[in-house]
Design a protein around this ligand. Structure first.
Ligand SMILES: NC(=O)c1ccc[n+]([C@@H]2O[C@H](COP(=O)([O-])OP(=O)(O)OC[C@H]3O[C@@H](n4cnc5c(N)ncnc54)[C@H](OP(=O)(O)O)[C@@H]3O)[C@@H](O)[C@H]2O)c1
Length: 211
């Protein structure tokens, strides 16, 4: 698939890198091709390609949004028209003071993303763990792959995200419609509080057991 990344920092760079190595055509949608984050992403994987946001998104089947939540409006407004019909993977999290929900749990950050890109098929995914696990999601002694919950309202878009998560060796778990995004954002806060404020290793993820 052709995949574009808006944001290639802690989260976007490893996902872009691994998806390219998994065989996808991956573009960095860069307003500033000379920025530090673009330079670092290219240094780790020179096969990543760079284009303006409009060109990268126009060419893409799937667009990952991996920007600071507060930057989403500035990042999406110039390209909203080009996102019509595209799968938009929302990796972002609204985080507020004291590691609270940044929108006071009144609505999901993904609902805001959907409003900013009204024609996009938004799927929340790759959001609930620290970036360390996007760098390396191998848990060789676990006996199960790490779970990657995702949610969205468009069945075909979710199937694409399911396949991308599989390509990256996650165990994708469909947790429902986009209204579930609020609860994924609370899972993020749980993870952050356990790891960044607590004493757990960041190499901590959940697994889904089924019978
Ligand atoms: N860090 C984690 O462990 C983690 C885990 C899961 C989810 N998340 C979520 O993922 C998102 C990204 O986090 P991160 O840690 O990867 O952030 P980061 O390292 O600061 O990277 C942010 C990226 O967004 C770009 N950016 C900033 N403002 C932009 C704008 N207006 N338009 C286009 N691009 C813009 C930055 O480009 P420049 O460098 O050029 O400014 C950079 O490439 C956040 O919403 C965060 O909550 C983070």
């Amino acid at each position: 698939m052709t995949i574009a990344f808006i944001g290639c920092g802690n989260v976007g760079a490893p996902l872009a890198d691994h998806l390219q190595r998994a065989g996808h055509d991956v573009w960095l949608a860069a307003a500033d091709a000379a920025s530090d984050s673009v330079g670092r992403a290219l240094a780790r994987n020179p096969a990543l390609r760079v284009a303006t946001p409009v060109d990268a998104i126009a060419a893409a089947d799937v667009v990952f949004l991996a920007t600071p939540f507060q930057a989403n409006e500035a990042a999406l407004a110039p390209v909203a028209a080009h996102l019509r019909g595209k799968v938009l993977v929302d990796c972002t999290n609204p985080v507020g003071p004291g590691l609270s929900h940044g929108l006071r749990s009144t609505e999901a950050g993904s609902a805001v993303v959907q409003r900013l890109a009204p024609g996009a098929r938004v799927v929340k995914a790759f959001s609930i763990y620290g970036f360390e696990n996007f760098e390396d999601n191998r848990f060789p002694d676990a006996g199960a792959r790490p779970a990657m919950p995702y949610c969205g309202d468009d069945r075909d878009a979710k199937a694409i995200v399911h396949q991308l998560a599989t390509d990256l060796a996650w165990d994708p778990v469909d947790v429902g419609g986009l209204e579930q995004a609020l609860h994924l954002e609370h899972m993020t806060l749980l993870w952050i509080r356990m790891v960044r404020m607590g004493h757990l290793s960041p190499h901590f993820v959940w697994a889904a057991l089924r019978r």
